[in-house]
Design a binder for this molecule. Structure first.
Ligand SMILES: [Zn+2]
Length: 373
């Protein structure tokens, strides 16, 4: 072909995939040799194609005589939007899909809201994406990459044998900060935030961060406040432990003695090992930074720093049933090791009850508290 006069080659240009197409069928329909079709589009014979996808056929434009055609880049096809769904104006920024990408992951990587990403590219949540596919994303470049998990430490096991796991991120040797997503198994919003903190958040330098998603994995699995023995773990710590009548006050059952429960033992020994300067225990749904559980906290500025970023007030939530708090995790940490360990009562209980923006505010509040500690 090179050097020949330039009649339009059969099939030159692009072809837009329609429902029911196969790569082989497109090769026949367009008169483009099967292997040429694959190599021009960076595909293999097993690649997935989808309606609306534009495929290069036998090259775009005619090569000048004597000049070799440009080598295919492997990423030369683009998604075209179906007519009638223009979507928001593109920003000019694009992202090229790589192996292993998901739409959700790309949303995170590029800092593009998931719904925006879908609308802008004419995609649905279940749309297939393939390596090499070019997507319109928000300008401003990719968000900073989340910090990697440095250590996954199993600190104990629940009554039913579920592991209790602490994840370490950030700067080992820095200021030690502990975040507990939940201790009451039905209060699950904090677990979602803890997960976001662990998986998709860059950690500021200087913070030696430990994240526990749930200190009560049996309760989380059963969506129950107590552990599998019916004990409210946040009444079971050895600090100021008092018996609470489990028949009369099932939600507050303190167990047969301080640290009678394996989950409490695991958390106590972990706290004794890492001795956090600041720890945040998420609960719900009273929507307050809780002063009542602080006893012994040596720095109230820490609570204020959290509250101001999170847009919450600092107030007292009395412990049931007596009104004063006994056997709390925060009391254990504060009275034995100093530092500032406190409860944040989130506004919601549900696992997905909070927007990404609100979760990010709570995460920034943790970092603010860490810096005030
Ligand atoms: Zn709670």
């Amino acid at each position: 072909m090179v050097g020949a006069p330039a009649p339009a080659a059969p099939g030159a240009g692009t072809y837009t995939v329609v429902a029911g197409d196969s790569l082989y069928g497109i090769s026949r329909k367009t008169g483009t040799a099967f292997n040429t079709l694959l190599s021009l589009n960076g595909l293999s014979s097993k690649s997935v194609i989808y309606p609306g996808q534009a495929l290069q056929l036998s090259g775009t434009g005619t090569p000048s005589p004597g000049t070799p055609a440009p080598a295919p880049t492997g990423a030369t096809y683009t998604v075209v939007r179906s007519p009638g769904s223009p979507g928001p104006a593109p920003t000019g920024a694009t992202y090229t899909v790589v192996r292993g990408d998901t739409l959700y992951g790309i949303s995170r990587k590029t800092g593009t809201d998931l719904n925006t990403l879908l609308a802008r590219n004419g995609l649905g949540l279940n749309s297939l994406i393939v390596p090499g596919q070019v997507l319109q994303v928000d300008a401003g470049g990719p968000a900073p990459a989340p910090s990697p998990i440095l250590e996954r430490r199993t600190i104990g096991a629940s009554v039913q044998g579920r592991p209790i796991v602490a994840y370490r991120l950030g700067t080992p040797g820095g200021r030690v900060v502990l975040v507990v997503g939940s201790i009451h198994g039905h209060e699950q919003t904090g677990e979602t935030i803890a997960q976001r903190l662990r998986d998709s958040t860059p950690i500021p330098a200087g913070i030696d961060l430990w994240v526990i998603l749930s200190a009560n994995p049996d309760g989380t699995a059963a969506n129950s406040r107590t552990n599998a023995n019916g004990v409210n773990l946040n009444r079971n710590f050895t600090a100021r432990w008092e018996a609470i009548d489990c028949a009369a006050y099932a939600r507050s059952c303190a167990g047969p003695g301080g640290a009678s429960e394996p989950e409490t033992q695991a958390l106590q020994s972990f706290i004794a090992t890492i001795r956090p300067t600041v720890s945040v225990c998420w609960h719900g749904p009273d929507n307050v930074v809780d002063e009542a559980l602080v006893y012994g906290a040596n720095n109230k500025a820490v609570l204020g720093a959290y509250a101001s970023i999170a847009g919450m007030r600092v107030a007292t939530v009395p412990c049931s049933p007596s009104g004063y708090c006994t056997g709390n995790a925060t009391q254990y940490s504060n009275s034995n090791f100093g530092g500032s360990s406190f409860v944040v009562e989130l506004a919601t209980l549900g696992r997905f009850g909070m927007s990404d923006a609100t979760m990010d505010r709570h995460i920034r509040a943790v970092f603010a508290a860490a810096n005030a500690g």
